[in-house]
Design a protein around this ligand. Structure first.
Ligand code: ZN
Length: 380
């Protein structure tokens, strides 16, 4: 590639990575506020250790749990809870859903009015006027990288879409990535979230907006995800969990500062229209998007390098990389999109919406409706 490098890179103010780093959450929280709203997923008992340590540091805490991927009403309910309890700090401990919910709540509790004032696409898309409450993100899955991104994805079931609340000020004050928190993650969730993490490395690395900084993050993390994802699913140990936690973090750092591609261009509308977890959608689409992009591209260099990073073979061809991902998706028994009641009759609607997704615009090549239909057909 030629030309001058030109890019911006922004992330969480502070990142702590490593097994056992959760213990640093409460002392850090004590410097940011006095009363924490602790946002968790459907299993709030996971926050027990954190709550005890917050108490020991002299902080009050109020727990707010969110079930499933957050909807606009969940963010509103959490904001109400934070205001009523006069929380001055938000800590999210959970998967991408809990982190997105916490991030949205932290933004909405200091910014007046309705979430729709600030939401993209279905709302007015106004910028935030106030800094969000200090926000600490602590992921318990290895997939979304939401602990280092500046947007929160919220579903609007009545519109059948997912939309973002997005602002640079929404970048967390602190991201704590502690692989120990993923040790109990069940195999199927490890597989789908892990394939989302891998997608969030391959798409930034091959997309139109890749930059030298995000390239470095992807080059480090793709081999780690490749060597450890299957083991983390089938026979997890601290080393494979650490690799996947790092892959997820690097994916978040990369996607927030370069872009994604057709997998996420599709995942946005599909996630809004159907009850399907984000990671599972990405996992089902990844090999077919790679294959179609490769066929449609004139410049194969990035795909060839991706293949070499994935396989560890310095002579691998771009096609070897696609085959490697296909085999992995097959081995991990990733179900097709029809599992979520997606059918051929839905394709035109999905494709129409996918064209407008920002991720689709970063895809390395512009894909025709026929090519997009072929991807969905193959992923069904
Ligand atoms: Zn994703």
């Amino acid at each position: 590639m030629s030309g001058k490098a030109s890019y911006e890179f922004a992330t969480a103010t502070r990142i702590l990575f490593g097994a056992g780093k959760l213990t640093e959450a409460a002392p850090a929280a004590a410097t940011l506020g006095k009363h924490a709203l602790v946002v968790t997923g459907s299993n709030p008992t996971r926050a027990k250790k954190l709550l005890e340590s917050l108490k020991a540091e002299g902080l009050k805490s109020t727990v707010h749990s969110v079930t499933g991927e957050p909807k606009i009403v969940d963010a509103q309910a959490g904001t109400e809870c934070a205001r009523q309890n006069e929380c001055d700090l938000v800590i999210a401990l959970g998967g991408g859903s809990a982190i997105d919910a916490g991030k949205a709540i932290a933004a909405l509790c200091t910014n007046p009015g309705d979430p729709l004032d600030y939401l993209e696409v279905i709302g007015k898309g106004q910028p935030l006027t106030q800094s969000p409450a200090p926000f600490i993100a602590i992921p318990t899955t290895a997939g979304t990288g939401a602990e280092v991104t500046r947007n929160a994805v919220l579903a609007s079931p009545e519109d059948r879409v997912k939309v973002s609340l997005r602002h640079p000020l929404m970048l967390p004050k602190l991201a704590i990535v502690d692989p120990q928190l993923t040790y109990e993650l069940p195999p199927q969730l490890t597989a789908t979230t892990g394939l989302d993490a891998l997608t969030q490395l391959i798409e930034p690395f091959t997309c139109k907006r890749a930059n030298p900084m995000t390239d470095a993050l992807c080059r480090e993390a793709i081999p780690r995800a490749a060597r450890s994802l299957q083991g983390a699913c089938q026979n997890p140990n601290p080393a494979t969990r650490e690799d996947m936690a790092l892959a997820s973090l690097h994916g978040g750092l990369a996607l927030a500062n370069s872009g994604l591609g057709a997998v996420h261009g599709f995942a946005a509308p599909i996630g809004g229209m159907f009850e399907a977890p984000h990671g599972a959608i990405c996992a089902a689409l990844l090999p077919h998007v790679m294959e179609t992009n490769l066929k449609a591209s004139t410049d194969r260099n990035r795909y060839t390098e991706t293949a070499r990073l994935l396989t560890g073979n310095p002579n691998a061809t771009a096609k070897n990389g696609v085959d490697w991902v296909k085999d992995l998706v097959h081995t991990l028994k990733i179900p097709g999109l029809s599992t979520y009641a997606i059918a051929e009759k839905d394709f035109p609607n999905i494709i129409e919406k996918a064209h407008t997704a920002s991720s689709m615009k970063a895809n390395p090549v512009n894909l025709s409706d026929d090519q997009l239909t072929g991807i969905l057909q193959a992923a069904l």
